[in-house]
Design a binder for this molecule. Structure first.
Ligand code: SF4
Length: 146
């Protein structure tokens, strides 16, 4: 990545949102990984969050998807869907993460984040959830179903 450089990297990731700042963070993170972590991606929350552009959600996704740890990354979709369906009743993403890690059985944890994100992105949309197309309509506890 460092040899490739920021400008060349942008050409590969141009189709995703915020690619300018993402390219910058990827190059900066790559340099730090080489200098501080012996070119090995760390497997703990604290070190991952020390990398540019890596917040708690991304760190948890990396721990879950790459290192197979039982963590749940909570973004706006996971937060919204979890609260609507009744998985939790929380006021912020950190509390949601704690609740979901307690409640979701370990055997589902490798996919739970992705399922909740995709459900929120395509079905349980923020402004107008598509409740008539939702396969969990029957068990969802959201009181303003459409
Ligand atoms: S029934 Fe509606 S509110 Fe409930 S999860 Fe499905 S889309 Fe979301």
């Amino acid at each position: 990545m460092v040899e490739l450089g920021e400008e060349a990297l942008k050409n590969f990731i141009r189709m995703i949102g915020l690619y300018n700042s993402k390219a910058k963070n990827i190059i900066a993170s790559s340099k730090i990984l080489i200098e501080k972590f012996n070119s090995v991606v760390p497997d703990n929350l604290e070190d991952l969050q020390s990398l540019p552009g890596v917040g708690r959600k991304s760190a948890n996704v990396i721990l879950n998807s790459i290192f197979e740890k039982n963590t749940i990354g909570v973004d706006t979709h996971v937060f919204r869907v979890s609260n609507r369906v009744g998985l939790c009743q929380t006021k912020n993403v950190l509390a949601t993460e704690m609740e979901l890690e307690k409640k979701i059985p370990d055997r589902f944890k490798s996919y739970a984040h992705h399922w909740l994100v995709l459900h929120g992105r395509y079905i349980c949309k923020a402004k107008k959830p598509l409740c008539s197309q939702c396969i969990i309509n029957g068990i969802c506890q959201y009181e303003n179903k459409t």
